[in-house]
Design a protein around this ligand. Structure first.
Ligand code: HEC
Length: 108
């Protein structure tokens, strides 16, 4: 069900989602939590420009905790964040898996 929802949202997305602030984040479970956890240190654009698998999002969260001093989320909080991130900013975002970031084009 989540996947269907993600696909529906992905296919309906244009460039609007690339807007800079978090008000344009797609609605869904975990949205508020993700904003709360991830917008404190950097723009949400840094997050929304990514297209990563769930396990790479998981690694990203670990990296935020270990290297950027993000407080460690509990198992449950991490799951909520991952559900949101992986379903809205998953790998399917572009056909070849490549994404545009402020640092250039990144491919898996
Ligand atoms: C405590 C501060 C802090 C919090 C909270 C935080 N980040 Fe970050 N994040 C950073 C910093 C600092 C960088 C830039 C690091 C760099 O490029 O050297 C960064 C960079 C990133 C990047 C870009 C990585 C790349 O490949 O260049 C992503 C994606 C990201 N954060 C995702 C998240 C997500 C998702 C969350 C919420 C779960 C989050 N961040 C919460 C500090 C934070």
């Amino acid at each position: 069900m989540l996947i269907g929802l993600a696909l529906a949202i992905l296919s309906g997305w244009g460039s609007a989602v690339w807007a800079q602030d978090f008000q344009s984040l797609p609605p869904g479970p975990g949205r508020d939590e993700t904003i709360a956890w991830c917008s404190g240190c950097h723009s949400m654009a840094l997050v929304t420009q990514q297209g990563m698998s769930r396990s790479r999002w998981d690694d990203t969260i670990t990296w935020m905790v270990e290297n950027q001093n993000m407080p460690e989320p509990t198992e449950e909080e991490r799951k909520v964040l991952l559900d949101y991130l992986a379903s809205h900013f998953g790998e399917a975002k572009s056909g070849d898996g490549c994404i545009e970031t402020p640092w250039g084009r990144r491919c898996p």
